[in-house]
Design a protein around this ligand. Structure first.
Ligand code: LRH
Length: 470
């Protein structure tokens, strides 16, 4: 079958990449052409992203992608972490977008819940409570009243590429302003919380064509008229497309900065139990529901490494994980969901503090601390899986781990052990694969349902299997 080349710009909360995907009915291959860090910048008014820096990397990555693809690129699509946005006025970005880990959002939470109690909000938007959902951020954003438009991060990049103002639906579902039953903007909710309807652009679905790159962009990347396609622009939506689930009894953990643990369902679950368990109903590709909960994720590991590095102790992740694997004493299993872990900062101290408070023996060495983090994450993943099973009424017999965490063998084994279920680990680049496959389907390179697309991944990628040990 004919092979098509497309580019995926995948912006994660700690790193970004531009990948070239070659797609055909029985062919799926990714090649990284650019990898770059994405680090928060603390300025006097809070914690920010640097979207221009990301855009610069995206453009130079596209240039490399095009110049290294002899048959030419046919399309490009962007995905990124959710909830964050830029405000626009007169086609320009106003101010510098905030990072969702900025602590200003607490005031927004109070303002919104005073107008719409959380239980009612959940019935309308189906979202778990996360203090940084866009609706809360906008309520705490002093510029929102002056803005003409709000663009989510992938849509901002898409706007810079094409000049088109659109909002892709899977990512829009994380704003808290979509009606979970219809998938449309909830104008009544906007009115009640004092947000103008005109701030929000038209919604488009994954698979739609956004437009061609502008002439200036074409000049910079060396490809005239390159098509920008919409995919699941919420990185987790693309990651779920990229999970090679083969049956209804499969669950996923999309394990990167966050560990997103859950199921793909045909319809949302909006019960009191789901709300109390803080399970979310995010919009998936092809109208599916991503029924999941956010677990703290490898953020605890990367922030711990960063703190050690600041203190002059440099160790690679593989080395410290090897040391952690050698720990034979029982380590503390602490609550990774404690909100004190959300902002960047001194993770080792915060973990020791929490252990003290909970009467746990705090880890005594760096290897013990790493082991304690891994075991605590695995414990939290295991209990989230049990909760998902109960809330959705669907038995989970196999757990897929995708994303960066799928390379962490200690973690994958611990998930198998603590959840009592076999783990299938990989692919590590599930998000980029999900991005590329939806572009491929729009081009006609592949066809069918998400199940058909996942079958292609299963055929072309090796997964590592971990059996639960007693
Ligand atoms: C993962 C992710 C997650 C969101 C968070 C803001 O990158 O998109 O799904 O909850 O970032």
């Amino acid at each position: 079958s004919k092979r098509h080349s497309v580019a995926a710009i995948d912006l994660g909360a700690s790193s970004g990449r531009v990948m070239v995907g070659e797609v055909g009915a029985d062919h799926l291959e990714l090649r990284a052409v650019a990898r770059f860090a994405n680090e928060p910048v603390r300025a006097s008014d809070g914690l920010h992203w640097d979207p221009l820096e990301l855009y610069r990397h995206a453009l130079s990555g596209l240039w490399t992608a095009a110049s290294s693809s002899p048959d030419g690129l046919e399309s490009v699509a962007v995905d990124s972490w959710a909830v964050d946005y830029a405000l626009m006025r007169a086609d320009r970005m106003m101010g510098v977008p905030f990072h969702y880990r900025d602590e200003r959002t607490a005031a927004g939470v109070e303002r919104i819940h005073a107008r719409v109690p959380f239980a009612e909000l959940y019935a309308r938007n189906g979202l778990q409570f996360l203090p940084f959902n866009t609706i809360y951020q906008l309520a705490a954003d002093g510029l929102a009243d002056e803005a003409e438009r709000m663009l989510l991060i992938p849509d901002l990049i898409g706007y810079w590429l094409t000049g088109q103002l659109v909002t892709e639906r899977t990512n829009a579902s994380t704003t808290g302003l979509l009606d979970v039953r219809t998938g449309e903007w909830d104008a009544e909710l906007m009115e009640r919380v004092g947000l103008r309807r005109s701030l929000f652009t038209d919604l488009i679905d994954p698979g739609a064509t956004i437009g061609a790159v502008t002439a200036e962009v074409a000049e910079q990347i060396g490809v005239p008229g390159l098509t920008v396609t919409a995919v699941g622009s919420h990185d987790t939506a693309s990651a779920v497309v990229g999970v090679p689930m083969q049956s209804d009894d499969a669950a996923y953990i999309s394990c990167g900065t966050w560990g997103l643990v859950g199921l793909e369902l045909d319809a949302p679950v909006l019960t009191d139990e789901a709300r109390d368990a803080n399970f979310t109903n995010e919009g998936g590709v092809d109208g599916r529901t991503r029924f999941l909960t956010n677990v703290m994720g490898t953020w605890l590991i990367s922030e711990t490494l960063r703190e050690w590095e600041r203190a002059g102790f440099n160790v690679s992740l593989p080395d410290i994980l090897a040391a952690a694997a050698g720990v034979t004493t029982d380590v503390a299993v602490f609550d990774v969901q404690d909100p004190r872990f959300l902002p960047p900062g001194a993770m080792p101290d915060r973990i020791a503090e929490l252990c003290d408070e909970q009467g746990l023996r705090a880890p005594a060495t760096k290897a013990e601390l790493m082991r304690s983090i891994v075991e605590s994450l695995a414990y939290a993943f295991g209990s989230a899986l049990d909760t998902a099973e109960r809330l959705a009424g669907r038995p989970i017999r196999i757990v897929h781990v995708v994303g960066g965490g799928s390379l962490n063998r200690l973690l994958c084994q611990a998930i198998a052990d603590r959840s009592g279920r076999p783990v299938l680990a990989g692919p590590v680049e599930a998000t980029a694969l999900g991005n590329v496959l939806i572009q491929g389907r729009t081009l006609g390179a592949v066809s069918g349902s998400l199940e058909d697309l996942r079958a292609i991944i299963a055929r072309t990628h090796d997964l590592a299997r971990y059996e639960p040990r007693a």
